[in-house]
Write a new protein. Sequence first.
Length: 461
Amino acid sequence: MKTPPASEALQEAAQRALAYMQSVCDRPVTPSMQALQRLDELKHALPQTGLDAREVVRRLDEIGSPGTVATAGGRYFGLVIGGALPATVAANWLAAAWDQNACFRWTSPIAAALEDVSLQWLRELFGLPSGVEGAFVTGASMANMAALASARHALLSRLGWDVETKGLYGAPELRVIVSDEVHITVLKALSLLGLGRERVIRVSTDRQGRLRIGSLPALDDRTIVCIQAGNVNTGDFDPAAEVCRRAKAAKAWVHVDGAFGLWALTNRDFAALTEGLAEADSWATDEHKWLNVPYDSGIVLVRRAADLRAAMSASAAYLAEGVAGDREPSHYTPESSRRARGVEIWAALLNLGRDGIADLVERTCRHARAFARGLKDQGFEILNDVVLNQVLVSFGSPEATRAVIGHLQAAGVCWCGGTVWQGRAAMRISVSNWATTEADVQLSIEAMVRAAEQARMGPSA
């Protein structure tokens, strides 16, 4: 019996995807100029007659694959981008074949069941109370928004104001406190929620980017305090224990932006760094960072389920309710229709287990320390105390540092981006990929040294 064309296309896609994954660690991290130029071949008029599915897959692979950045390999250290564990890629493929809408338990019983299990495992991994509720969202940006919407609801409802019904017109005024190192996604969430990115009260930070607890203003029951678990430059943490102690006494809300740093809770070696985080009221993190699942994937967690549900839920006559007592996914997420991203989160947690997750965090942090030692031994300045997985390197003047970054990115052995840290230009190394090895670190250090030599020699090098 002849294989149906659809099956042939899927088999071809699987073979090509597997070939890509097997070669991604050996290819240059950045696409070649020729590969980028070939992308123009995709820019044509929509054909009158469609193409065979196998031809679509062929073009996508032969033109598209060379035009990708090898973030799935072990030598991409830009932003904070993890790879994708093989188990999560496989789960993602199967979930795509299922094509489930994870909106309701009745639209996808399997998606809801895996969310239930994953949330329970995450609560246990992070050491959070059993009553903490959560939702599966696109990333930390949406997780921050959902968490801060929950905070807005909780504080205003205590003051007798129903913000979901009445909006902010005439509402009691809330205060939002952030540090000078607040991440832009928190400010974006505040702007979307009508709380304003410029109306925040900013608190000064120390040389590691940690909120200065002595500069924290008095708190009250109209205050939201946003703290960081994992500064995007240094990797360091705000003093959560003391912030939460003061907030609890004042009935203020503490939100933790833990896009990658929250995963340090899974390894006891970082207990001093993470102290007090579990006492907060809400948390946001990414799964596509340190848990290494495919994009896009984030989690919002809120101490009181009722606050998240009140901020997120909606109802209509045509939407059937589930069984009383069951968690209905759509009541806790900003989106209604959404993909079943809980499938690959469940797969990652089951594949790694407690020990594997703790090891992943420790191993990548060990690689970061190796970067710092290796570059310091070469005479370059490390600008931060490497307490987690982030390293800041100066190669001298701002011009020299930017030149090194340019040569490094052009070479394609590894990829790091630039930043400005407390007035100084720096190269930022972020290690969060399961695929990174000691050999990758050594190859990358050697490439950085060569880039520095090229920068010293000038444009003629």
